[in-house]
Design a protein around this ligand. Structure first.
Ligand SMILES: Nc1ncnc2c1ncn2[C@@H]1O[C@H](COP(=O)(O)OS(=O)(=O)O)[C@@H](OP(=O)(O)O)[C@H]1O
Ligand SMILES: Nc1ncnc2c1ncn2[C@@H]1O[C@H](COP(=O)(O)OP(=O)(O)O)[C@@H](O)[C@H]1O
Length: 229
């Protein structure tokens, strides 16, 4: 039974439960986070865009990146497909591998946010507990979960990579939304619907504007007050 528990235990939970490393200490530099934020005139944060394959995560991440660059704000996009070419190229799509994927991306996103960047993550990140794990890595208000509320029927119709077709044919096992779950959060900060009240598709630029309005409203796109530095 103990063995089963160990096997069933998620990688993220396993990491969270791992004993604290010994004989290590944090080395502080001279430049504090607040000074970096002042230099960039923005606050580092993580905008975590989650949803099914084909829901528009990468598209909206790039639209936010583009719009914020034009406003003089520095972002970086950590895209699921892209990080799997390097940082996570040893991982597949089992529960354990997806959990490790999100843990690594979450830790990198945390570092980028510490550097002062608006860090845009576009990963399916299908399991609620892993998104909550990453939320817990950041200070309050610095993790902004953006849920792409796009019905699978729309994602499947787009099927720009042909993966839904392969999953339906049983040629890909464990495909999110087909035979692997996507767990909706109880509290995403922003929910992006696919269509408006008239049933028309909402454009990526319009979605980006919704997210940027949220960031502006939370003061994340202004630098800190440096008067007492
Ligand atoms: N089994 C299975 N399920 C879901 N997706 C699959 C699968 N196999 C390959 N792909 C492709 O991998 C991309 C998702 O990678 P992620 O790192 O975002 O996934 S996860 O967060 O670790 O679940 C995903 O990219 P997006 O379509 O951009 O979401 C797919 O192209
Ligand atoms: N708001 C939108 N309206 C219409 N089509 C979209 C929208 N967002 C994305 N798309 C299209 O849907 C497809 C999947 O988008 P993508 O960003 O790759 O999704 P994901 O990263 O979630 O897999 C692409 O062909 C893209 O052009």
């Amino acid at each position: 039974m103990v063995g089963n528990v160990v096997i069933a235990r998620s990688m993220t939970v396993a990491k969270a439960m791992a004993p604290a490393p010994t004989n290590l200490s944090w080395h502080h530099g001279f430049v504090e986070r607040k000074e970096r934020q002042g230099l960039l005139n923005q606050k580092g944060c993580v905008v975590w865009i989650t949803g099914l394959s084909g829901s528009g995560k990468s598209t909206v991440a790039c639209a936010i990146d583009h719009a914020l660059a034009r406003m003089g704000k520095l972002c970086y996009v950590l895209d699921g497909d892209n990080v799997r070419h390097g940082l996570c190229n040893d991982l597949g799509f089992s529960v354990e591998d997806r959990e490790e994927n999100i843990r690594r991306v979450g830790e990198v996103a945390k570092l980028f946010a510490d550097a002062g960047l608006v860090t845009l993550v576009s990963c399916i990140s299908p399991y609620k507990r892993n998104r909550e794990f990453v939320r817990g890595l950041l200070d309050k208000g610095e993790f902004v979960e953006v849920y792409m509320k796009v019905p699978i029927s729309i994602c499947e119709k787009r099927d720009c990579k042909g993966l839904y077709k392969l999953a339906r044919a049983g040629k890909i096992k464990g495909f999110t939304g087909i035979d692997d779950p996507y767990e909706v959060s109880d509290r995403p900060e922003v929910t992006l619907e696919a269509t408006n009240a008239a049933g028309e598709l909402i454009t990526p630029d319009c979605m980006a504007e919704t997210v940027i309005d949220y960031l502006l409203g939370r003061g994340l796109l202004n630098g800190p007050c440096l008067s007492n530095m």
